[in-house]
Design a binder for this molecule. Structure first.
Ligand code: ADP
Ligand code: ZN
Ligand code: ZN
Length: 799
């Protein structure tokens, strides 16, 4: 058997003694060096890996937990491993709840069920039994090993005879408590007593799942009645762990389904008609057009048919709000799974997801691997969002791609929702409208009887501000609008686009951005060399003193932060209450929610924040949205700068006026004639898309080219350059186009130099994955000491 030790970081081969029958995904206990370690079974192998001495192969000690990874998961994980050119073990490690093995402790538990005679056991086994009996029936394996010589032999004996079992328990987390719960299996009333019928009806009305105690109370029957139903196969009884789950604060109020608009009805019906099929949908509607209501009504149906639903969202900050809404509608079977949870919470949620019965999981990227069986639908909300892609470590998967495979394997619909679909998604729809069915939600839902309109958008030309002697980051127009908003007692959001560490250089007099003369990208100012560089071709030039177009000395490095905006606001309005919402301010756990709640309660008048604000934040009192410098988005030196800007600006403008109050959005820019801004202003996705596709085709980028980025890094520059050149040379024969090697945009991070090599390929004759993997492995060889190599398939950023 082939086994992965997550904390030892590698794959090892073990023999399996006859008494065990591990399956891939089971958690094992295996000897490693002098100790026993937790491990995950990856698969069977009939031959030894090359160069391994058969004498060195050891036996697994025990199968500790079965079914942590459901078997139907395996093809999906293999697909992720193949496509993202990542060893299967590493994929498994990404998927499993963190700390499952490293921080867990093996324990031995006495079983009550045996009727054997302990006197027939070996002395060591008797000693183990005595210890267990004397100390509550559940002890750490490590303790027993200390107390009893040859404890391993004794344990094997006791396990075989059914005296004890071993289990893993998270250390420090306390024992996992469980409670009995029931889930509906068959609602037909035939052959049931009146009280059983009544109980079954009650369970059905509660959504098909209840804790046994709650059920007995609600139905007003005794537990014996319920157990009778279980014996007749009408319900499943199971142990539901009492979870350390995020329950979302106060209990959410009930929220009945809303009568749907015509467009919503069409969407819901189309998706429901496709249940049981791997059909892909693009739910295309602006913010406030009722997409979430569509998800909710589809999922309610899926649950009723005994299926589960997976809902993926971009950011943790968004999850609480959405979770509240889902719980208010769908009841308590809604779990949250994301990286902001503690290891214990993630583990508990994982266990819960493994339990039978319909449930809903809302989570971020990694929740695409939620181990739900009976998947009835997968939803990706804000599907265009970059945070669905993992940058590092490998596998650099995109949750949308994995969700597509999952939907395919589970035979369930996939619903991608967005106001501004990813260019790839929309292009897929245009190319195959039957495989990617577009469901438009063209209008906002009226609020409190007032027809909802999209916010009024306007651009402010910052060049004129400068000409008029206003040197601050706040234009006169935005300042005036802000004053009016405050006078009316309404709230405003100021959005500060922020982008990495590096900056582009812009002339404050004529708006020109310094560009590479060989490529269609802006030059980047490098802190390290104090010069300007192109990240596509590697060209360098010294930082000019004056603008090459108009000779103005007012060149500006872009990258103004939230802190600076807060300062300017305080100068103008000393008494203004301001909240900052960025990754610094929200790093503390749960503070996303706190900050937004504070703002929603009106405790601050202005919220100043970064990209995070673009997510489905819905605050009725916000009537003004200001974008401090749209240029910060437009001039990123990246092929997706246009797409990202369009998406961000459209989303952020959509924050204004979601309540019954009309909204306005003011976008400050040094380049109001930019075509992307024109498309944002016209709120015209199609025209943006057509222009964008044309550029992608000309530049050779997705969806016209498939990309593979090799990232290489080292604490020392010179050996890295040399090695990069060697790798590139060895890759020469590879099909497609090879670009680089060259430095990454931020060349040094935490003391490491970063270089990269880009491969481009025609997506219509895609890479033969296995052949590619071999070629890459050969080219990478054994990197010199200190050099790390990672592969990003379909990179979103090639900087
Ligand atoms: P989106 O997810 O597209 O931003 P939502 O589903 O959140 O849109 O809907 C926006 C608002 O309109 C929410 O407050 C929601 O409760 C409400 N809403 C959605 N659909 C309807 C409907 N059919 N009738 C009345 N209100 C609705
Ligand atoms: Zn100029
Ligand atoms: Zn260039």
């Amino acid at each position: 058997m082939w086994v992965d030790h997550p904390h030892l970081g590698g794959c090892f081969t073990y023999r399996v003694p006859q008494e065990w029958d591990p399956q891939p995904g089971d958690v094992l206990s295996v000897p490693f060096g002098q100790q026993m370690a937790g491990a995950v079974a990856l698969g069977w192998r009939s031959d030894l890996p090359e160069g391994v001495d058969p004498q060195s192969i050891r036996d697994i000690e025990a199968v500790v937990a079965k079914g942590i990874l459901p078997s139907e998961f395996w093809p999906l994980l293999q697909q992720v491993a193949d496509y993202y050119l990542t060893p299967l073990a590493q994929v498994v490690r990404t998927v499993l709840p963190p700390g499952l093995l490293n921080r867990s402790q093996r324990r031995i538990r006495l079983l009550a069920t045996t009727s054997g005679d302990p006197g027939a056991c070996s002395p060591a086994a008797q000693k183990v039994l005595q210890l267990l009996q004397a100390r509550g029936g559940d002890l750490a394996w490590r303790y027993l090993q200390h107390q009893v010589p040859n404890a391993a032999g004794a344990l094997r004996e006791l396990q075989q005879q059914g005296w004890v079992e071993s289990h893993w328990q998270e250390s420090g987390g306390g024992k996992l408590k469980t409670q009995q719960a029931a889930s509906l299996a068959d609602p037909s009333p035939e052959g049931l007593s009146p009280s059983q019928q009544k109980a079954l009806q009650c369970l059905q009305q509660a959504g098909g799942e209840l804790l046994l105690t709650d059920w007995a109370t609600k139905a007003g029957v005794s537990r014996a009645v319920l157990q009778g139903l279980a014996r007749k196969g009408r319900v499943h009884l199971y142990e539901r762990p009492l979870l350390r789950l995020e329950t979302g604060g106060a209990t959410a109020p009930q929220d009945p389904p809303k009568p749907l608009t015509t467009a919503q009805t069409k969407a819901v019906q189309a998706i429901l008609a496709a249940l049981g099929q791997a059909q892909r949908f693009l739910l295309h509607g602006v913010t406030g057009s009722g997409k979430t209501e569509v998800y909710l009504q589809v999922i309610a149906q899926v649950l009723q048919r005994g299926g589960s639903a997976l809902v993926l969202v971009p950011e943790i900050g968004l999850t609480p709000q959405l979770t509240d809404r889902f719980r208010a509608r769908l009841g308590s079977r809604v779990w949250v799974y994301h990286s902001g949870l503690s290891d214990g919470e993630r583990y508990d949620t994982w266990r819960q997801m493994l339990s039978p019965g319909p449930q809903v999981v809302i989570g971020t990227r990694s929740a695409v691997f939620a181990p739900l069986s009976q998947l009835g639908v997968i939803v990706l909300d804000e599907e265009h969002d970059d945070s669905f892609k993992q940058d590092q470590p490998q596998p650099c998967y995109h949750a949308r791609q994995v969700a597509e495979w999952r939907a395919e394997l589970a035979g369930c619909p996939l619903v991608l929702g967005s106001a501004t679909p990813a260019v790839e998604t929309y292009a897929a729809h245009l190319q195959a409208p039957q495989q990617w069915i577009r469901l438009p939600l063209p209008d906002r839902i009226p609020q409190q009887g007032i027809p909802a309109t999209l916010p009024h958008l306007e651009l402010v030309d910052m060049r004129q501000e400068l000409a008029a002697g206003n040197w601050t980051v706040l234009s006169r127009r935005l300042r005036q609008a802000l004053q009016q908003t405050l006078d009316k007692g309404e709230q405003a959001i100021l959005f500060v686009p922020r982008r990495g560490h590096s900056t582009f250089v812009l002339c404050r007099s004529c708006g020109v951005v310094l560009m590479c003369s060989h490529c269609d990208v802006s030059l980047t100012f490098h802190q390290l060399g104090q010069d300007l560089r192109c990240h596509y071709c590697g060209a360098r030039r010294p930082h000019p003193q004056r603008c090459p177009e108009c000779g103005s000395p007012y060149l500006k490095h872009f990258g103004s932060g939230t802190q600076k905006v807060v300062e300017v606001l305080q100068q103008h309005w000393p008494d203004l209450s301001i909240l900052r919402y960025d990754s610094d301010a929200t790093r503390r756990k749960g503070s996303h929610r706190d900050l937004l709640e504070q703002f929603r309660r009106g405790e601050a008048q202005v919220l100043v924040g970064t990209q995070m604000l673009t997510k489905g934040l819905d605050i009725p009192q916000v009537t003004l949205v200001g974008v401090m410098a749209a240029d910060g988005l437009l001039h990123q030196s990246d092929y997706r700068a246009g797409e990202r800007s369009f998406q961000l600006l459209t989303q952020v403008a959509g924050r204004a006026g979601r309540g019954s109050l009309p909204g306005q959005a003011i976008i400050q820019t040094y380049l109001p004639e930019h075509p992307i801004l024109a498309a944002v202003l016209a709120q015209d996705y199609e025209s943006f898309l057509q222009a964008e596709l044309k550029q992608r085709q000309e530049g050779g980028y997705p969806p016209y080219r498939a990309l593979l980025l090799m990232r290489l890094s080292s604490p020392r520059l010179e050996p890295l350059e040399r090695y990069c050149t060697q790798v590139a040379e060895r890759l020469q024969g590879i099909p497609g186009e090879l670009l680089g090697p060259g430095p990454a945009q931020v060349e040094r991070v935490s003391g490491r130099y970063r270089w990269q090599i880009l491969l481009k390929q025609d997506p219509n004759c895609p890479w033969d994955r296995s052949q590619l993997a071999v070629q890459l492995r050969t080219a990478i060889g054994h990197p010199p000491q200190g050099i790390r190599v990672s592969l990003d398939v379909d990179p979103l950023r090639i900087l």
